[in-house]
Design a binder for this molecule. Structure first.
Ligand code: MN
Length: 692
C-alpha cells in the first residue's frame, strides 16, 4: 500500500478504473449518478490470493472502501486492521462474481452482508474520514450496532465494535444467518403462537429435531429496546419482582426488536418446574424465581423471520440471548428422538416436542410440530431442570445400544483380519469418516461372511431399531427409508450388520435433488494404475486451468475419485453435464489410455473416465471406508503432488491409514467447506473448451 488514499470524490474513481481492464472483469465500470437518500453499505467476502472482507460505505456518490483481512469481531477488545483502499463505484453495492485470475483482485467476490448505515458524531462520512475517526451504526443482516474506525497511520485504520447491546464476549455466538427468505415487516403487537397438531409416539428421523418440554406457561415475548411485553401478560401488577430477571434479560437482547417464543417456568426449591409456583398469587413476596426458556424466534430487527427454516431461526435466536440468567436457550437433539425420550423419561419429564428442522413458523396448529408424550420410567424421579438438561444425549451419542457380535469372525482370510479389527478401525477413524456420511442417505454393502463370502447390496435395511436415523427418499411419499449414518453408534450398528463399506449419496437430506458433490470416477479395470495416475494429472491440470478446486482420493480398489464440492441450487443433470465436459477434455488428450465408453467390452485396457455416477440414488464410497477386497484397502485422500507414476494404492489399508491420518490430517476436509458455484465453474469450463 503506497501513501494515503487521496481525498474521496467522483474523480477518485480514476484510481479504481486504472487498476482494471473492464473488457476482462465483470466488475462495474462506471459510477451511477446521484446519491441515494439512505446511505448503504456492503461487505464483500473476497476470496482473492488471501481471504479478506471489504467494507464499502456509500459516500457522495461513490463507495468508501476498507479491506479487513481478519474480518469483523463482536468483541470490543478485538481491534482489527482495516486498510483504506481505492474508492469503488456505487453499482459495486450489488456486485458479486468472479474476477478472472490475473486481473486486479482476481478471485471470488461474494456479498457477505449489506444494509443501511448512519454516521455518528460527525456531520458526514466525508468529514469523519477527514478527521480520521468514523463512527457508524450498521443495520445489516450480520453486522448491527455501533462500530468504530480509527486511523492509525497512512491507510491503516483499526476497526472495532463499540460497547453497546450488540457487543459480545470472545466465545459467544454471533449472527451467522444471511436472512435470505426473510421479509421486511414491523414487529406485530400481538403475534400468534404455532402449536403442535397432535401427539406422536417417540421416533427418530434425520429431518426432525427434538426439544424437552418444560411445565410452565407458553409465552411470546415482544421486545422493543429495553421494553419487553409478555403475551399473555405475566399475572397482575405486583407480580413484577418475580419476573424482573426475565424482563431485564429480554431488555438486554442483542437486538433492538425481536419476538421470541418460549415458556415461562417457575422452579420450586428443589429446582423442578412447578405450575403451582408460577400461578402463586402476586402478593406472595419471595416466590420461586421464574425463567424464560426460549425456543423460537419470529421477528428479528426489521425482519419477519418466520419463513426461515427452524434450524436457522434457532441459530439466530441463540446468538441474541444475553449471558447471565433470566432467559435461557432451549437446545435440541437432532434426529435422535428416541434417545431424548429415554433421557426425559428417566428425568421424570412428561413430553418432548418434535419439530421438522426445515419448517416455517405458522400461527396455529401444524403437523410440522408434534408433541411426544412419554411415560415416566419405573422409579423415575422428577429431576431438577439443570439435571434433566445435563442428561440430554449429546449429538455424538454413545455406543451402549449396539450389541456387537461375532467379533472373532475372520473377514479377510488372506491377512487373518477379523470383524473385531474392522470395528476397531472404524472406531479409530470415526471422527474423520463421519462428516462424509452425515446427513446423507447411504446404501450398504453387506458381507456377513467376510470378503470371500457372498456380499449383498441393501438400500432399505429391514428391522432397524427406531433410534437409527433414516430418511424417506421417495418423491411420492410411499416411504423408502434409507439409513443416515451421522454418529458413531449408527456406524457401529451398520458394521455389526456386516457392512464393510457404506455408500452415501452425492446430495444431502437438505435437498436430495441438489448434489453437493460432483464426482469423476477414474475406473481402471484392466488398465494399470500408472495410466490412472496420468489421467488424474491431466484432470488436475484442467481443474487448475478453470480455477476449480478438486479433491483426490483412491477408490480403495484400482481407481481414483476426484470430487468437486458444490454450493446448492443445482440439479444432478447439471453436475453430470459438468463432469461429462471435464471427462471429454481429459479423454481428448489421452485417447490412447482413456475413454468415456460405458461398455466394458469396448473399453479394452483403457481407463474409464466415468461421469455417470452424478445421479440421484447413485453413490460413491466415502473417504476412509474400507473396501471389501483382499488387502483391506481403504479409500484414501491424496494431495495432488502425491500423484506419482510409482504410487501404489495398495499401501493404504486398514492398518496404515490411521497413522497417516494422525500424521497428515484429513486431506479432504477442505472439500467440506469449499463449496463452489456450479454455474461459474461450468462457464469457465466452456470458455476453456473454446480456447484450448
Ligand atoms: Mn478486496
Amino acid at each position: 500500500m503506497s501513501g494515503p488514499a487521496e481525498p474521496s470524490g467522483r474523480s477518485a474513481l480514476d484510481r479504481y478504473r486504472a487498476k482494471r481492464d473492464f473488457s476482462r472483469t465483470p466488475e462495474p465500470a462506471a459510477g451511477a449518478d446521484g446519491a441515494a437518500a439512505e446511505l448503504r453499505f456492503v461487505v464483500h467476502r473476497h476470496q482473492a490470493r488471501r481471504l479478506h472482507y471489504d467494507l464499502r460505505l456509500e459516500m457522495d456518490g461513490i463507495l468508501l472502501c476498507f479491506a479487513v483481512p481478519r474480518g469483523f469481531s463482536y468483541d470490543p477488545d478485538q481491534k482489527r486492521l482495516a486498510v483504506h483502499t481505492e474508492d469503488h463505484p456505487l453499482p459495486y453495492l450489488d456486485f458479486q462474481g468472479v474476477i478472472p485470475k490475473g486481473q486486479y483482485g482476481g478471485g471470488t467476490m461474494d456479498i457477505w452482508d449489506h444494509g443501511a448505515y448512519r454516521i455518528r458524531r460527525a456531520p458526514s462520512t466525508a468529514a469523519a474520514l477527514a478527521a480520521g475517526e468514523i463512527k457508524l451504526t450498521l443495520q445489516g443482516r450480520r453486522l448491527r450496532g455501533e462500530w468504530h474506525l480509527v486511523r492509525t497511520a497512512g491507510d491503516d485504520w483499526l476497526l472495532f465494535k463499540a460497547r453497546d447491546r450488540y457487543a459480545r464476549g470472545p466465545d459467544e455466538p454471533v449472527p451467522a444467518v444471511d436472512l435470505r427468505g426473510a421479509r421486511r415487516a414491523p414487529v406485530p403487537r400481538r403475534p400468534r403462537p404455532m402449536r403442535a397438531a397432535g401427539d406422536r409416539a417417540p421416533f427418530s428421523d434425520a429431518q426432525w429435531l427434538f426439544e424437552m418440554e418444560f411445565a410452565g406457561r407458553r409465552t411470546l415475548a415482544v421486545c422493543r429496546g429495553e421494553q419487553a411485553d409478555l403475551h399473555p401478560p405475566a399475572a397482575g401488577a405486583g407480580a413484577a419482582p418475580r419476573f424482573e430477571a426475565v424482563l431485564a434479560a429480554l431488555g438486554r437482547l442483542r437486538a433492538e426488536h425481536a419476538v421470541i417464543d418460549g415458556v415461562l417456568v417457575a422452579v420450586d426449591r428443589r429446582g423442578r418446574p412447578s405450575r403451582a409456583e408460577l400461578d402463586r398469587p402476586a402478593a406472595h413476596a419471595g416466590g420461586a424465581p421464574v425463567a424464560f426458556y426460549a425456543f423460537d424466534l419470529l421477528y428479528y430487527e426489521e425482519w419477519d423471520v418466520r419463513g426461515l427454516p427452524l434450524s436457522e431461526r434457532k441459530a439466530l435466536l441463540r446468538s441474541l440471548l444475553p449471558a447471565g440468567g433470566g432467559v435461557l436457550y432451549v437446545d435440541h437433539v437432532a434426529a435422535d428422538g428416541q434417545s431424548l425420550a429415554a433421557a426425559a423419561s428417566a428425568a421424570g419429564l412428561q413430553a418432548l416436542v418434535a419439530k421438522r428442522a426445515d419448517s416455517r413458523y405458522r400461527p396455529g396448529a401444524h403437523d410440522a410440530w408434534a408433541r411426544v408424550p412419554i411415560a415416566a420410567a419405573d422409579g423415575a424421579a422428577e429431576l431438577p431442570i439443570e439435571e434433566a438438561l445435563r442428561r440430554q444425549p449429546s449429538p455424538a451419542g454413545d455406543t451402549a445400544r449396539v450389541q456387537l457380535g461375532n467379533l472373532d469372525k475372520v473377514y479377510w482370510p488372506a491377512g487373518g483380519r477379523t470383524k473385531g479389527d474392522l470395528v476397531d478401525y472404524y472406531l479409530t477413524v470415526a471422527e474423520w469418516l463421519l462428516p462424509y456420511l452425515q446427513s446423507r442417505p447411504a446404501h450398504l454393502l453387506r458381507y456377513p461372511d467376510g470378503v470371500d463370502g457372498e456380499g449383498f447390496y441393501q438400500k432399505q435395511v429391514p428391522h432397524l431399531p427406531s433410534w437409527v436415523p433414516t430418511v424417506d427418499v421417495s418423491r411420492d411419499g410411499r416411504g423408502s427409508h434409507y439409513v443416515v449414518c451421522g454418529d458413531r453408534e449408527t456406524l457401529l450398528y451398520l458394521v455389526n450388520l456386516g457392512s464393510i463399506d457404506f455408500h452415501p449419496w452425492l446430495s444431502s437430506i437438505a435437498d436430495l435433488d441438489a448434489p453437493d458433490w460432483a464426482v469423476i470416477d477414474l475406473d481402471a479395470k484392466e488398465a494399470s494404475f500408472g495410466k490412472v495416475v496420468r489421467v488424474a494429472r491431466t484432470l488436475a491440470k484442467v481443474l487448475r486451468g478453470i480455477d476449480v478446486a478438486g479433491y483426490l482420493k483412491t477408490s480403495g480398489k484400482s481407481g481414483m475419485h476426484v470430487y468437486v464440492p458444490l454450493a446448492g441450487g443445482y440439479i444432478y443433470d447439471q453436475s453430470r453435464m459438468f463432469c461429462e465436459g471435464l471427462a471429454r477434455v481429459v479423454v481428448r488428450e489421452h485417447r490412447d489410455i482413456a475413454t468415456v465408453e460405458r461398455s466394458a467390452a469396448r473399453r479394452g485396457g483403457l481407463v474409464y473416465v466415468d461421469f455417470r455416477q452424478n445421479r440421484r440414488e447413485r453413490t460413491v464410497v466415502p473417504p476412509y471406508a474400507v473396501r471389501p477386497v483382499a488387502g483391506a484397502t481403504v479409500s484414501t485422500p491424496l494431495s495432488w503432488d502425491e500423484l506419482d507414476p510409482d504410487l501404489s494404492p495398495d499401501r493404504f489399508t486398514m492398518d496404515t491409514v490411521p497413522a497417516r491420518l494422525v500424521r497428515a490430517g484429513d486431506l479432504f476436509r477442505e472439500a467440506l467447506a469449499n463449496r463452489q458455484d456450479l454455474a461459474v465453474a461450468a462457464g469457465r469450463l466452456e470458455r476453456y473448451l473454446r480456447i484450448s
